[in-house]
Design a protein around this ligand. Sequence first.
Ligand code: TRP
Length: 367
Amino acid sequence: MKKEKIILTGDRPTGKLHIGHYVGSLRRRVELQNSGAFDKIFVFEADGQALTDNAENPDKIRQNVIEVALDYLAAGLDPTKSTIFIQSMVPELYELAFYFMDLVTVSRLQRNPTVKTEIQLRNFESSVPVGFFTYPISQAADIAAFKATTVPVGEDQEPMIEQARELVRRFNHVYGETLVEPEILLPDNAACLRLPGTDGKAKMSKSLGNCIYLSDSADELEKKVKSMYTDPGHLRVSDPGKIEGNTVFTYLDAFCRPEHFERYLPEYPSLDELKAHYQRGGLGDMKVKKFLAAVMQEEFTPIRERRREFAKDIPAVFEMLRKGSEQAREVAAQTMAEVRAAMRINYFDDQELIASQSKRIAEEYGL
Ligand code: TRP
């Protein structure tokens, strides 16, 4: 049988998705979904993982499950092509994580650079919740339970996918070939690896207030673009300006296509020419920002409008999630049956076990 190509990816539902999520993963997912190159696509909300550092605030997760589902649908994920589900509604994922925990050491987990940074960020140093510390294991289980071959995520997730590959290899080595080693699929455009916040800071984050959300209105988007961080040394229009670290140009790298020039800025043939003029001097920030705003409105207006349409029937969105979770659960349960068989803990399905134990114990008792 030809090996199926299976995508699995997801997000923690801790807030609405922003355009960093969109260029970093969401846009690609939709392309992959529509490419027809994959046999199955699973996209999920990792609410269990979100709880690992929000245990005392489950309401935050509860509120955002629907927001993220709306963001997914708005961006173009289509439940007839992709199975969209909620992690905690598929308890098999936690079951697999429990067995994975026996196949990895504490010191290996401590080496995970993403978790290290996250622990510092949350001031968890002396009091890391065990669940948070071990979430890479749970994430490996999410991936392995669906026998995912391809995991499209941002670069910060690289250590997680490496961990998942190691765990799959280790499982297959110990218990026999059962699970599938996943490959990471990184964004293809360098500007998309990590879109900076509108203030130029390295990361978009809700707490920094530097995000543009998929749900932002046209006005909000416009305002945020107009107040974006550029080159602080570019004081007069005639001054030469810097492109590096200039958020407006980073965003243009992520969003601008050649045809945008014809439509919104016909006096420039290409992004390279626009950049060259800025660097030479004589090109004002506002002109570039206006262009960026037009480019971004074009990309986000249809998304914003779709989101509004889906928002009209929230029970239907929950129903979509329920159906997706049921479908996902069937797949994960099938993998768990194979996992239990490989681990020889499928006691009740194993007639040979029951027969051989009867025989052995009968002999012991002389029955
Ligand atoms: N850790 C991912 C994030 O924070 C979310 C996630 C959980 C995930 N499980 C996954 C992504 C499995 C890909 C595959 O964005």
